[in-house]
Design a binder for this molecule. Structure first.
Ligand SMILES: C[S@@+](CC[C@H](N)C(=O)[O-])C[C@H]1O[C@@H](n2cnc3c(N)ncnc32)[C@H](O)[C@@H]1O
Length: 318
């Protein structure tokens, strides 16, 4: 483990719960329960992201692996690693390599994914790492030619400045023969996007509300979970969905471990996640600005999702 999650949550809560607007980074949503709820979200009828990306990978995994020829696959924010199997199986079939390094903040997700992979992919060598992809990328030991995968449109949790920083760090971590595979969810109509993040069964609401349970457990807090409701709002100008927890009444709470009093006015929001949506030319330009040149694009507007395979651009462009 590269850094204790509770220490990070404490630092972020100390800062984010006294700011205006109040905010916490989305990585804190993923304790064992959060990772479990996210897996349920991926199967909801309103949430098209995982189905679209899986369908694209079913068609494109062989072409991606043939171009990348990876000895190993490093995956950022790997979660359950379910879709990743399509890439790992293509690597095995083509005989390029059988090493997989999932990197995720969620201990439970990495442990469970590794255990499941060991059962039905006995040829695979899994070297899981717990850490933050925005900070710990350089700490994962490399072993040969790499395919770095960043799936599930998790990159959309980062706003443009943080995204540019991460894409540049990814490019800088790559050898010239390495490849980067990025999955991005594309802009869609407001009703589709807002339903995707506020499903009828209330699973996404349970996922974001679980953050209050995490704060109470980890920081000895007494935030009243029933005083907050889940909100998902598409900002058409910024092209992102904002997920917040809105206080339905005035809240006075305390996080004992931080010696911190927290106040919410009625109607005040705690921002827990941005989910930026993309257009293929825009993300191509962001990759280029980070020193990454796109070689293959799979999916697109008909899928509502795109997978881009990129390589580092040469020295003169960087
Ligand atoms: C939206 S889910 C996607 C999971 C999986 N890649 C997929 O496509 O279904 C985001 C994943 O990234 C992890 N994650 C979120 N922020 C992270 C961070 N800063 N560093 C490492 N992992 C992170 C979460 O624990 C979760 O497993």
């Amino acid at each position: 483990m590269l850094r204790a999650p509770r220490e990070e949550l404490a630092d972020d809560a100390r800062q984010g719960l006294i700011s205006t607007p109040k905010h916490l980074p989305p990585k804190h949503l993923y304790d064992a329960r959060g990772s479990e709820l996210f897996e349920v979200i991926t199967q909801l009828p309103e949430y098209p992201v995982t189905r679209a990306e899986t369908a694209i990978l079913e068609d494109a995994a062989d072409a991606i692996v043939a171009a990348a020829q990876p000895d190993e696959l490093l995956e950022l924010g790997s979660g359950s690693s379910r879709k990743t199997r399509l890439l790992l199986e293509a690597m095995h079939r083509q005989g390029t390599g059988d090493r997989y390094a999932p990197l995720d903040v969620s201990v439970a997700a990495v442990e469970q994914a590794a255990a499941e992979l060991a059962v039905d992919h006995p040829w695979l060598e899994v070297r899981g790492a717990i850490g933050d992809f925005s900070r710990d990328l350089g700490k994962v030991p490399r072993d040969g030619r790499r395919l770095v995968a960043f799936l599930g449109s998790t990159i959309g949790n980062l706003l443009p400045p943080a995204r540019a920083e991460l894409l540049t760090a990814i490019a800088d971590s790559m050898a010239p023969e390495d490849r980067f595979l990025l999955g991005v969810d594309l802009v869609k109509p407001r009703d589709v996007l807002e339903a995707a993040y506020d499903d009828a069964a209330g699973v996404t609401a349970a996922f974001t509300t679980n953050l209050l349970v995490i704060l109470n457990r980890e920081l000895a807090g007494d935030l009243p979970v029933d005083a907050f409701v889940h909100r998902a709002r598409w900002d058409a100008e910024a092209e992102h969905v904002e997920l917040t927890l809105e206080a339905t009444r005035e809240v006075h709470a305390r996080l004992e471990r931080l010696d911190l009093d927290v106040h919410f006015a009625a109607g005040e929001h705690l921002l827990v996640e941005h989910s930026c949506k993309f257009r293929v030319p825009g993300i191509r330009a962001e990759l280029a600005a980070a020193g990454l040149e796109v070689e293959q694009v799979h999916g697109g507007d008909t899928h509502g999702f795109a997978l881009l395979l990129a390589r580092r651009t040469g020295g003169a462009d960087r």
